[in-house]
Design a binder for this molecule. Structure first.
Ligand code: 0CM
Ligand code: SF4
Length: 331
């Protein structure tokens, strides 16, 4: 059997702006307030990231009743429901919200249209924390559909004011198909001006579409809980390329590369580049001699940190709301 000769790296791959920001919020909160910092749910769906932050002093919980009074609490990148937000406030925690601004944008849209009398069809995966957070912006009137079959079953109480929203990390193609089914059943449904699927999800899927036909096997670095990472593996498989997802280089199996000359490699939006490099080292040990990065969209988007955790790049001082420069408000 021939061994792999070349590794082709997808571009873009790995961390997105929302993940960068969420991790930085936890790290800065630990620096500023000291350990432990409590985080509701995995800050992002990645085992390495979560273990690294645990080692630095983060404690991950699912239930707010597990957070001691007076603690600092961070909400994960996937967002929370109104009920969770309210409970955290009632318990008096000091809260930092690491919800990705692109998820918050969907929450804001849901709240705004609900005030205008809209009911919603949400396309997403049942049980995913982002879906629970977005659906939990309302007490009622938001209906989940996971696939085209669900669209035929959904029963809104009226159809004049109906809007569609989606989870940010879906398969772009599946979401388009399900949205078309919603449109066919409810022709006047209101759709987002810009799709709710985020730029990072779109760009990583586009890169896999370019890469897959050029490789014999594709490896996706990502954790099993990560929706966007799973979608990358699934997409390559649908395109006819053997594709595997690994949480770390240890999970690679040599038989995947039997007869493979070119190996494609990408990473979900929550998977750190260090894991990609470890996977490269393992595949190189099997014989791959060259690593080539595909050309792709350059992502420059960056999201600001929440108030209270911002640092002025020039002075190294914390930026406060009262005095954003270097005056008495900074310390
Ligand atoms: O939503 P998903 O499961 O893909 O989350 P993730 O933590 O893997 O990726 C980043 C995000 C968000 C929201
Ligand atoms: Fe935000 Fe998209 Fe990244 Fe999720 S994958 S954190 S929605 S940019």
């Amino acid at each position: 059997m021939s061994a792999p000769q070349e590794i082709l790296l997808a571009e873009p791959r790995g961390f997105c702006a929302g993940v960068d920001r969420a991790i930085e919020i936890v790290e800065r909160a630990i620096q500023k307030f000291g350990a432990p910092i409590y985080v509701r749910h995995e800050i992002v769906h990645n085992t390495y990231v979560v273990n690294d932050l645990k080692a630095k002093g983060a404690i991950f919980i699912e239930e707010l009743s597990d957070v001691p009074p007076g603690s600092t609490l961070v909400f994960s990148a996937h967002g929370v429901s109104r009920a969770v937000q309210q409970e955290a406030e009632q318990r008096g925690f000091s809260i930092f919200d690491a919800t990705c601004p692109l998820v918050t944008k969907v929450h804001v849209e849901v709240a705004k249209l609900a005030k205008e009398g809209y009911e919603f069809i949400m396309i997403g995966h049942k049980g995913h924390p982002e879906v629970e957070g977005t659906m939990g912006q309302l007490d009622h009137g938001i209906h989940l559909v996971e696939d085209v079959a669900d669209v035929a079953r959904v029963q809104p109480s009226q159809t004049e004011k109906l809007a569609v929203v989606t989870q940010t990390t879906l398969s772009v193609d599946d979401a388009a198909e399900i949205t078309a089914a919603v449109r066919a059943r409810f022709p006047s449904v209101r759709e987002p001006k810009q799709q709710d699927i985020c730029y990072a999800t779109q760009n990583r899927q586009d890169a896999v579409k370019v890469l897959s036909p050029q490789v014999d096997v594709l490896v996706v670095v990502g954790s099993p809980t990560s929706s966007n990472s799973n979608r990358l593996r699934e997409l390559a498989a649908r395109l006819g390329t053997a594709a595997y997802m690994v949480d770390s280089a240890d999970e690679l199996r040599t038989e995947w590369f039997d007869g493979a000359v070119r190996v494609g490699l990408t990473a979900g939006a929550s998977a750190p580049e260090i894991l990609v490099q470890q996977v490269i080292d393992r595949i190189k040990a099997l014989g791959a001699v060259s690593v080539r990065t595909m050309s792709g969209i350059e992502e420059t988007i960056k999201f600001p940190l929440p108030k209270g955790l911002k640092i002025d790049a020039a002075t190294g001082l914390e930026i406060t709301q009262r005095n954003p420069e270097t005056g008495p408000g900074a310390h």
